[in-house]
Design a protein around this ligand. Structure first.
Ligand code: BGC
Length: 442
């Protein structure tokens, strides 16, 4: 065996807004309807039409031997108007998780993944304290409805990415540029998580509940330069650790704000790590390390960062750890196989007992303001025809699952011929070719 994965279980991840398609009234549907907001002008109304193709996609998961599926819910479908729940949408999700169980697949369900209902967005969403209670009411309903089939939950996905892109850079809905607002949003998301955590445990005492945290190493460009070092440490604290501490322990430190009703405690049953890249810090600027291997979107490919972060997380937040996202845009499927191998190796190198690894993503999907360009899927999707094609890296992933590791044969078949990065620095092709299309699958 080239790489033995021991007890590490492999799965795949998606998010509702990125795959379902349809015209739910979300913050993202509204944003994408405004010309210029999404790079290629696409909207989440198309995506991979997963809403109508649940059976096909579950058959595909089964074919790949996948037993852990991280999926999201579209809050706007479940509660299309404030306080009004849609029984049909709920029944659809119940059917989906039931079908997953019947296929031997364990669902890990994300309750909030950058997606607010339109009515909530209109009222300022997570800039208002009342949203916490509104979120908990939705969580209460959903958990009661799905509890026979789901007992693993992610309350919030990447609170830091959401708060930063939507409230600091203004590139995501609602397009605000205010650091104090972003800090308020991060604080309230932490309150939302803590209350949802408690609510879920009232309904399902044995449930496993966590948060998917987007983490990256922040490294000083000049390690001996005190300015770069201070910049890196400050960014890491503000971007990820302050929020992680608040969510995991109810420990709110400036600039986040707690409340008299939240006590310090332990508010996680597992920690979720989403890992993609690192930030290279020069003074107060952060970017990509020059001359590094990069993916299609220009992000540095740095597997060792995962080793480093897992060590830190296991020290700071003891308990089960899941990698809830890791993956790369690779439109020609030319380096994904090596990317997967190197990141699995990085997990094993950490010596940390990681329970699960969810690859991002199962299929290609709608990549927020990047639209349909970036191709993250182990399964490629032709958006015009909605045909699915298993990529060679997807076949490798299935083989790794079947063998609980990377065999010598798999290594020489898939990893050895694989490139290690996209063409460095090449701006992404706006219309990447569908890669290695075999016959359509289903
Ligand atoms: C998000 C996903 C996204 C992925 C790739 C993560 O930050 O949770 O929704 O598609 O990164 O950009």
């Amino acid at each position: 065996m080239k790489l033995d994965l021991g007890s590490l279980e492999l799965g795949v991840a998606t998010a509702a807004t990125q795959v379902e398609g349809g015209n739910a009234d979300t913050n993202w549907h509204r944003w994408a309807a405004t010309p210029g907001k999404v790079k290629d002008g696409s909207t989440p109304a198309r995506a991979t039409d997963h809403w109508n193709r649940v059976d096909q996609d579950i058959a595909l998961l089964k074919e790949l031997g996948i037993r852990h599926y991280r999926m999201g819910l579209e809050w706007a479908r479940i509660e299309p108007q404030e306080g009004v729940f849609d029984p049909e949408a709920i029944a659809h999700y119940v059917d989906e998780v039931k079908a997953l169980r019947a296929a031997g697949i364990v669902p890990l369900v994300t309750l909030h993944h950058f997606n607010n209902p339109g009515w909530l967005e209109e009222h300022g969403a997570w800039t208002h304290g009342e949203t916490v209670g509104v979120f908990v009411r939705y969580v209460h309903r959903v958990v009661n409805e799905l509890k026979d089939y789901v007992d693993e939950w992610i309350t919030i996905n990447e609170p830091n990415v959401y708060a930063t892109n939507a409230y600091v850079f203004g590139e995501w809905p609602p397009g605000r540029k205010s650091v104090p607002e972003a800090m308020k949003v991060m604080s309230l998301l932490a309150h939302g998580h803590i209350q949802a955590y408690q609510e879920i445990h009232k309904i399902q005492p044995h449930a496993k509940v966590g948060v998917s945290q987007h983490l990256r190493p922040f490294d000083a460009a000049l390690p001996y330069n005190p300015v770069d070092r201070a910049g890196a440490a400050t960014m890491a604290y503000l971007f990820q650790w302050a929020s992680f501490d608040a969510m995991a322990y109810g420990r709110f430190r400036a600039p986040l704000k707690g409340s008299a009703t939240v006590r310090e405690g332990k508010y996680y049953d597992f920690t979720g790590v989403n890992y993609y890249t690192r930030s290279w810090v020069s003074g107060v600027a952060q970017g990509t390390r020059p001359n590094s291997p990069m993916n299609d979107m220009g992000w540095e490919i740095y597997p060792k960062g995962l080793t480093r972060l897992l060590k830190t997380v296991s020290r700071k937040y003891p308990g089960p750890i899941y990698v809830t996202e890791n993956g790369t845009p690779d439109a020609t499927d030319s380096f994904r196989a090596r990317f997967i191998f190197d990141h699995l190796q990085a997990i094993m190198d950490s010596g940390v007992d990681v329970g699960r690894y969810y690859h991002w993503s199962f299929t290609d999907n709608w990549e927020w303001i990047e639209g349909e360009g970036p191709r993250f899927g182990l399964v490629a999707v032709d958006y015009d025809t909605q045909e699915r094609f298993i990529c060679e890296s997807g076949r490798m992933y299935a083989d790794i699952i079947a063998n609980s590791g990377v065999t010598e044969k798999a290594y020489s078949r898939w990893v050895e011929p694989s490139a290690s990065s996209s063409i460095v620095g090449k701006p992404q092709d706006p219309e990447p070719p569908i890669r290695r299309p075999g016959p359509p699958l289903l």
